[in-house]
Design a protein around this ligand. Sequence first.
Ligand SMILES: Nc1ncnc2c1ncn2[C@@H]1O[C@H](COP(=O)(O)OP(=O)(O)OP(=O)(O)O)[C@@H](O)[C@H]1O
Ligand SMILES: [Mg+2]
Length: 253
Amino acid sequence: MNMINARDLYKDFGKLAVLRGVSLEVGQGEVVAVIGPSGSGKSTLLRCLNRLESIDRGTIEIAGETLAASGSAGQSHYAADADIRRICRKMGMVFQQFNLFPHLTVLENVIEAPLTVKGLKPEQIIPAAKELLCKVGLWDKRDSYPSRLSGGQKQRVAIARALAMQPAIMLFDEPTSALDPELTGEVLRAMRQLAREHMTMVIVTHEMAFAREVAQRVVFMDRGEIIEAGLPEDIFSRPAHPRTQAFLAYQGV
Ligand SMILES: Nc1ncnc2c1ncn2[C@@H]1O[C@H](COP(=O)(O)OP(=O)(O)OP(=O)(O)O)[C@@H](O)[C@H]1O
Ligand SMILES: [Mg+2]
């Protein structure tokens, strides 16, 4: 069973067609990197997968459950709200801008969703939160507020926070592009570890070397379409499509 089955997604913002028939399948434990120029629809695709944006047409299945189905007139219709919430909880998302709660400490950020969404008690969640914060190397920062952390530390807290909900899938939207190069490595290390643990991941990234190393499949998007997808070594060494070639040449690959 695929963890993500997205078929023929269309999405307009007003007159702008942002997704124009995008299909993406992601298997269990697969790591897929999405690359492409600015404005090509990468963030919109991720945001549609977890219902932060709605699609106009197409179908989305997450871990075998239908989030959006295609109606007879072609338009998508979504599952009931309670089902949407349950299905979307299978996905954790990490954004470029961290989005931590500034008024909560590191530990409080990590346990907030399990407390409020799952209704767990602190003593039920703190052992797992400790394990996650140790894993990203930040247990000693548990009582710090986000404003006292570096960008790389904030992003590692954001990853731990997403993992605290025990998602089956992690979606990353350029998790390192707000970071200085020296802080990028520590975030990529945490993601590499997740990949080793066979977390299913979709990673929008400008880190071509990282995509090549960690992804099992690379998807190149341009102007709302998937132009080319394949093994990293094929996409990076032998891109078939002229637009992929031009993009990679511009990236210095
Ligand atoms: N909420 C919105 N309302 C209107 N237009 C939007 C909205 N979100 C995105 N867009 C437009 O949709 C297009 C695709 O945006 P998107 O953010 O998905 O691109 P991207 O591939 O993630 O780019 P980048 O690499 O710069 O992050 C862009 O032209 C953008 O301006
Ligand atoms: Mg984006």
